[in-house]
Design a protein around this ligand. Sequence first.
Ligand code: NAD
Length: 503
Amino acid sequence: MAGQQADQTIQVAGEWRPALSGATREILDPADAEPFARVAEGDERDADAAVDAARRAFDAGSWPRTPVAERAALLRRVADLLIRDREELGLLESRDAGKTVEEGRVDIDCVADAFRYFADLVTAEGPGRVVDAGSPDVHSVVVHEPVGVCALITPWNYPLLQASWKIAPALAAGNTFVVKPSEITPMTTIALLERLEEAGLPAGVANIVTGPGHSVGARLAEHPDVDLVSFTGGLVSGTKVAQAAAAGVKKIALELGGKNPNVVFADACATEEDFDTAVDQALNAAFIHSGQVCSAGARLIVEESVRERFVAELARRAGRIRLGRGTEKGVECGPLVSEQQRARTEAYVASALAEGAVLRCGGRRPEPSGTRPADGYFYEPTVLDQCHREMKVVREEVFGPVLTVETFRTEDEAVALANDTEYGLAGAVWTTDPGRARRVAGRLRHGTVWINDFHPYLPQAEWGGFGKSGIGRELGPAGLAEYRETKHVYQNLAPRPVRWFMG
Ligand code: NAD
């Protein structure tokens, strides 16, 4: 952290400072459970101060009224600064969240892309939509304005990426905000706020309060001066946030979890090359970032005729994934983010085995090694065969390196299994039959559907879920619309009396 003392990680009205209570928190490296940073542990009072600053910056400051081209130029400067500091920030994300440095670097590229995308989107827009009011004496136009003060609450798995999907459109639209990163991975969001300052964002537009969800997050969600709450995280906390925000009739956007199906038809495995691709992508879908991905392909739904061959190869390759500290060369997968997350994963695997699942690989902590300190939160990639839809591990989000296997015989059965979840974030279908690909994609009740691929997303395409995966969308034009109010301005160019009332 260049701009402030180690525990001065709360930024309010342009000033970096410690928590009002003086409390601090150690940030642990999940690869060895050792603290590598200390941050301010804010509480409700810090949240109130930050909202107050954001309110003043919105009501009386320049940012909401800054011309769009200038706002976009600032977002592009931020993207340039992120790329300038890509190595530093990629490394920081790796240490904080446990992912490999290469994943950290990719995250930073994606964050910069989000800032550039929203800069381009707002500059490409016209001044408003003129509507035909049916009279030459009326000029009627629909315009978009910023919502106001936004509370942005983010999770630990993609700390900076998830923050950027909120911060970039919020700023592009002319809002002010308070961001609360996950208490266990706040480092890169703090670093982003420093870059916003360096890019020239006026004081008070961007504010950050590091601290826990039950105090800082809960206060932001209910605060009467907050106009919009955008939350990414789990279903349980998301529900609480929605209830708090509803009491104040705030605008709300929720990006919650997923239990994402990866449907593989036998025809996608007909040649050796196709088989290899489908297995390789199923591996990536389930185990990238140790499965701590909201869109992880955690449910393999494979056609019965190819199941044994597919699962055998998948388990063989999963068993060879090189686990270790994300900053070490040659490591393919890091630890889980916390002891709590590993314990949760272990409990799900135990319940699956008790319910009759068959362990094909993993299911335990790996032996420590040179790249794997004994105290790190490592867990082996795990494949559970012979699963069925009533199992807890199939129904609930594990958020760890655990893949369940279910089988089908018909297309209808595949679709029914894939849709049998209370979530609806993402899913994939693998087939070489273009008609089937379109049919199945059309029937999947998920916010993103991949055909013969898994995981890619585009800043210009909306991201979000059906069902309990959330409310609203991030990215794309709809991801900008979340941060705007719509206003109809009707101008009568030749006013005359109405004479409805004749007295
Ligand atoms: P979490 O719900 O525990 O925490 C998310 C954030 O909410 C944190 O900043 C936390 O401090 C805060 N929080 C917790 N309780 C709160 C409360 N009562 N009021 C206000 N804020 C509160 O989630 P997590 O464990 O950090 O992240 C994992 C979850 O996030 C998974 O369920 C995952 O699927 C989801 N996720 C979804 C997406 C998506 O795009 N849909 C992306 C990433 C993660």
